[in-house]
Write a protein that binds this ligand. Structure first.
Ligand code: ATP
Ligand code: MG
Length: 175
């Protein structure tokens, strides 16, 4: 088998992570093996974490993030960079294990954007991955080099978001 795709969900609108989960659900339904690695850990226990537990071993979510806060690129601490590298090493191990049909690297675009991971390192892993493996990268500000390499790129564009009206994050919508 070959022909795995590189898929990117980027943009400032909502739906990047949830669209990736949708593809994961679709693949898992066919008995394919899906792994989602979350690089930036939220503060909520998300519904998808609980729902996907019921789909193991076909669909698994692993939270790698250390919960660091977004800062300006130049201000990333040594610790954040080190943590990012540990997470990335784990991701590489899983990618090259050849156990999966689809690996979702959730918020990896942000990790590159924040200067926590080197884009060329990511590109070389994507190029050398098992040929059948689909890789989905999510997160705002996808790097130009990632966009160039990808087979499919979708930009979520915000038209309206309830946050602007002061509506707080809701169960089943945001987490
Ligand atoms: P989702 O996980 O709902 O698919 P996302 O992956 O596109 O959203 P992220 O940039 O990862 O969005 O943001 C994570 C959180 O911020 C989510 O809870 C999401 O609902 C919320 N969010 C996304 N877009 C916006 C926005 N334009 N304004 C305010 N909050 C947003
Ligand atoms: Mg997201």
């Amino acid at each position: 088998m070959g022909n795995g795709l590189i898929i990117v969900n980027t943009g400032n609108g909502k739906g990047k992570t949830t669209a990736a989960l949708g593809l994961g659900l679709r693949a898992a339904g066919h008995g394919m093996k899906v792994l989602m690695l979350q690089f930036i850990k939220g503060t909520w226990l998300t519904g998808e974490l609980c729902a996907v537990k019921r789909l193991e071993p076909n669909f698994k979510i692993v939270q790698l993030g250390q919960g660091f806060v977004k800062t300006l690129k130049r201000e990333q601490s040594e610790e954040a960079i080190e943590n990012a590298q540990i997470s990335w090493d784990y991701a590489k191990q899983e990618i090259f294990s050849d156990l999966y049909d689809t690996v979702i690297l959730d918020e990896l675009n942000n990790m590159i954007d924040y200067g926590l991971l080197n884009v060329d390192d990511v590109i070389s892993v994507l190029k050398e991955r098992p040929k059948r493996l689909n890789v989905i990268l999510t997160g705002r500000n996808a790097h130009d080099k990632i966009i160039e390499l990808a087979d499919m790129v979708t930009e979520m564009q915000e038209i309206k978001h309830p946050y602007k009206k002061g509506i707080k994050a809701q169960k089943g919508i945001e987490f």
